[in-house]
Design a protein around this ligand. Sequence first.
Ligand code: F3S
Length: 287
Amino acid sequence: MREVILAKSAGFCFGVQRAVDTVYSKCGCENVYTYGPIIHNEEVVKDLEQKGVHVINNADELPESSTVIIRSHGVSRKVYDELADRSSEVIDATCPFVLKIHKIVREESSKGSQIVIIGNEKHPEVEGITGWSISDTYVVDTKEKAENLSLDKNRTVCIVSQTTFNYNKFKELVEIISEKGYNIIIRNTICNATEERQTEAREIAKRADAMIVIGGSSSSNTRKLYEICKKECDDTFYIQTMNDLDLKSLGRAECIGITAGASTPNNIIEEVYTNVREFCRDVRGIN
Ligand code: F3S
């Protein structure tokens, strides 16, 4: 009998749900903006545009008497101050787990520690974290960068992580840095939501003959989920919505797994799940 497994951890995490709810609660108000797209999902961003919530990418774009919402990734202190200067209201929907990293970086850097962020330097969350440090700060995401890292041995090194970074890779990079003999404080700030989603996706992909990963094309956590699943299951498909999925490509897979990134809305996940289940029933009918 064919089986379709939907990951329990698929879709919005707590922080994203909170940020999206915050924005939807402001729909219908005048002059509401989000600083950057509220989540990495084009469908949701389009829907919000239609409801009058616009995206700005720079504080200069804010008109007077506007409300601006900071997304779950958070922003640097400089950006926060610029937004506060220009708008009449700043609503900070930064995920509390990201705020915790800002706090660590702010406090440790003010004590003079060197800061190492394990993450992708181009990711807005990492740019935001970097912007709370007042000391020298380094971003590391590869073995090579970890090996080449040369820090002051007389000062403490504080290592934090981007919340969505892969845990095994984090461990590997921290090990390389630890071998250099620095006085190190390691704060594993990877969010549980990410770990749980990745672990569950891996377990399902091991059992599945075909695996579907749903998420926006620019969502880094969805891409990581895809990589994890692809390692375990050759027939892994990365889709943004049901429109991208050719059901025939699932062939006669006996077990089909479905998971989704942290910024994938429930209605999109439900639509894929329903269609895949119906497809499996129909194929069984033909057999
Ligand atoms: Fe927050 Fe974790 Fe989501 S850090 S935004 S709950 S992935």
